[in-house]
Every structure is written in structure tokens, then in C-alpha cells.
Design a protein around this ligand. Sequence first.
Ligand SMILES: [Zn+2]
Length: 279
Amino acid sequence: MTLSADPLAALTGQEHAVSRLNAIAHDPPQSIVIEGGDADSRVALALYWAMRLNCASGDIPCGQCPACKQIADFAFNDLLFFDGREGLIKVQPIRDLRGTWGQPPHGDGFRVTIFSEAQMFMTEAANALLKSLEEPRPGNVFVLCAPQRERLLETLVSRSWVVTLAWPDIRRNAPEIEEWTSALVNFWHSGRGWFDRTSTKGAVNKDIAMQVVLGMQRELREAMSGACSTPVSSKLAQTCNPAKLRRIGLILDKAQEALNTQVPVNPAMVLDWVATRLP
Ligand SMILES: [Zn+2]
């Protein structure tokens, strides 16, 4: 696995988040959530945290001691790394580690378990982790990285200390999400062109459904603020009065809640529910 050889350098411009972590390093919370930034800067901050808790200097990571160097290379004994960028995080590896998490770390610092892109947890895996977090795990800390905390199980977030990297300046959704939000608004307008999208086999998983819901919320904010900087938000503003926009907001909140519940839901059905909920 290769990353920036120097996670410290990758955090330029993120001094605020770094100093928030430094402030809690003397008594680290069992679990933290890192949101904002991009996937690489979230991993860099997670590695910084692992260094901060294990550096031989016992202070701001030196980047030079064996612990710092091994963490930067993902080769540290007390570092466990799950990479959601490579696919779904499944339940079995989480279960397999429960014994390890029950043990103190090998070294003098903390065992740090990092989940990069933790929105890729399968529901069962997230529940298994939750169980582990409910027990005391002396010397063990957990890091959940995700674009936004809303994409994680609410019960995981509520057990975690959240640190937010500077948000990337994105007012517009990624093109593949914009295809969905645009289809949704067109469906509300014309009653056509929606169900063939959600019924295509494999087109909708939980993560995509969540991105569509969050993407739609972004469009709605643009429409309600009157900024309307995107085609979808300006169409929303043109075709819906303020009461209807508020109603859309409530529907999206409910859909987000449904996708975040621990009970497995069919994500395509949640999107269809959003589409058909508006009279
Ligand atoms: Zn060091």
C-alpha cells in the first residue's frame, strides 16, 4: 500500500483538525470519526493520530522514530487498517479481531484501528464493531473515516468524538450523483424516467442510495437559499414553492434515517419511496 510517504506533509492546511487532535491526545477517546476533506487527507489524519499516540517523543509526532516510520508504512505492530476504498468492509474480519481488541497493545502507546471510508461497512459488520465499542478496550482506540458523519451508523457516531477536516469546496454533486438527482426532479415534474433506474439490477446499493439522498439535500439547500448554482437546484426552485421544498426536506430526512437504521432496508425501495412520496 502506498500513500504519501509523509502523512504529516499531507495535512498542510488542516492545522485546525490537527490541533483538535493534539488537544485530546493526553486522554484519547475510544473512538473518533474523521469527516470532511478527501479520502486521502482523512487517512493522513488517522495516521497522524496513530503517530501522536505512539511516537517515541510522547508528543507531537517526530516522523523519525521507528513507530512514526512504521505507521507511515502501515507496518506498525499496533496499527490495524481496513480500507473501504477497496470494497465493502465485511463482518468476519471484525469478529476475528474481537480477541485482539480485548488485549492491551504490544507497545507502550495505543493500538489504533483505522477504518478508511467506513461508510463501506456492511450493516452486520458495523453492528459487530458497535458491540466491540460497547465494551471497555484498554489501550485500544478506533478511527472511522467517512466523507460525512451522516453516512455512518448513527449509533457509531454518537459513541465517537468527531473531528472535521476543512470541507472541499463542492457545491455541485459528482456527475454520477447528479444523474440521479436530475432524474428525480424530472420524475417529479413529468412522472417519467425513474423506475427503470432503480430497477436495474445492481444499480442501487446502500452507499449509492445514501449519496443520492445527501446529494438531493445539497440541491435542496441550494434551491432554498436562492443561490441555485446548479441546474437541478434551479429547476427545483422554479417548479416547487417553499412549502413543497420544505416537504421534500422532510422526505429526504426520513429516507436518510431509513438508510442509517440497523435493520437492513432495500436501498432501491427507499429511493422509490422518495420519488413517489411527493404528490
Ligand atoms: Zn516519532
